[in-house]
Design a protein. Sequence first.
Length: 98
Amino acid sequence: AEAMNKYGSDKPDVRYGLEMAELADVVAGTEFKLFAGAIEAGGVVKAIAVPEGKRISNSRLKPKGDVFNEAIAGGAGGLAFARVGEDGVTLEGGKALC
């Protein structure tokens, strides 16, 4: 159960340290419908911080892209992504894809 919660798999590849973080407390009360709807329905909102994620092209994150397709195959209702700016705080190019 712990592996499923942290990695979304009961047999995770832990070589990369890509643990999912629960964001319900952070996005509670948000006007962003994708997140608010998931939480209101009793679901969860999780995120993975990907080091050097800026190297992943947007086409891989959009519908028909491999990252998007893997998220959906894993049970996600959609995929949202944002890139963190060089300052470590600013979000750049955030998108919600469902």
